[in-house]
Design a protein around this ligand. Structure first.
Ligand code: SF4
Ligand code: SF4
Length: 302
């Protein structure tokens, strides 16, 4: 597998004009992304899926669209103070907005590449139509998380989220496949997850279990889906508590709040004891309006 220490792929640097043109193309794509407000962009050669051998063959870019040579992954950040309100209608609306924006970006970049003479294809942000579809087949036809990792944007944490240096897991991705061979970005060598266990401790469904022998934990996708179904029924999907509590990400320096990790870890217990706990008042206020009535919500409550 390619990493930062092995920046040059075989062939790159020996192709003269095509190499220069493809570097220019990369610059154009990066300019396109910057101009459209994309927070992160990375480039992965399709061979990385085969080299890593983690993604089943039918789910790899060339199986989905044979002309693919490069996958361009774009990311949009999810501002921390809004993620902290989850589960809430405020969080749901931001999530929906980010998803719609990502699909629009992928659509626009695909057409931009077409205009530049490069055959392209995109896989939308969410490749499923309903919770029922996920219950029958709990994954999409293509996964953006390995794509983002192969594009050098981050590493997979205990929670199975992609952690990025910039935003931790508070970022959403979309992928554009193109037939152009674009100079790749190096993958991150060092795991960003510090195995702090906050995601496992705060998950309301105990869907994440830490593993002593590796960084990624055991993940109970059925338990996580159950949480998602409950929140869809209440119109405040998704959960995302594991993205909220992860300490990784430079975005935290902007919103610095002393003691916030302790606040997260105590939240479920504190709100179970006192739903009006003043320390969590701003979050519970946002959770208690604009969603189907029922039991009042504190993050971490089942
Ligand atoms: S999204 Fe919620 S239920 Fe699913 S793993 Fe993360 S914290 Fe647990
Ligand atoms: S919360 Fe801690 S253990 Fe979980 S993914 Fe983030 S750094 Fe890793």
């Amino acid at each position: 597998m390619e990493t930062r220490s092995k920046k040059k792929r075989a062939g790159w640097g020996t192709r003269g004009e095509p190499l220069r043109q493809n570097r220019e193309l990369k610059k154009k794509i990066i300019r396109f992304c910057r101009g459209r407000g994309v927070d992160l962009v990375g480039f992965a050669p399709v061979e990385r899926w085969d080299d890593a051998g983690e993604v089943p063959p039918d789910f790899r870019p060339r199986a989905i669209w044979p002309p693919a040579k490069t996958v361009i992954v774009m990311g949009l950040a999810m501002p921390l103070p809004i993620v902290e309100t989850t589960p809430s209608v405020v969080h749901m609306e931001m999530y929906k907005t980010a998803n719609a924006e990502l699909d629009q970006l992928a659509y626009d970049l695909t057409r931009y590449l077409n205009r530049l003479g490069h055959a392209s294809f995109f896989f939308p942000r969410d490749g499923y139509g309903s919770m029922k579809a996920l219950r029958e087949n709990n994954c999409a036809a293509f996964a953006h998380i390995p794509a983002a990792r192969y594009a050098g944007l981050g590493t997979v944490g205990a929670s199975h989220n992609l952690l990025t240096p910039e935003f931790g897991p508070r970022v959403r991705f979309v992928s554009v496949f193109t037939s152009a061979e674009i100079p790749p970005d190096p993958m991150l060598e060092k795991d960003l997850c510090i195995k702090c266990e906050a995601c496992a401790k705060c998950c309301p469904k105990k869907a994440i279990r830490m593993r002593p022998d590796r960084v990624t934990g055991d993940y109970d996708d059925r338990a996580c889906l159950e949480m998602a179904e409950e929140l869809v029924a209440r119109r405040c999907f998704p959960c995302g508590i594991c993205t909220k509590v992860c300490p990784i990400g430079k975005d935290r320096t902007l919103y610095k709040e002393p003691g916030v990790m302790k606040k997260y870890l105590r939240e479920a217990e504190a709100l179970a004891a006192n739903p009006e706990d003043l320390e969590y008042k701003a979050w519970t206020h946002l959770r208690n309006y604009g969603v189907a009535k029922g039991k009042k919500q504190g993050a971490g409550k089942e």
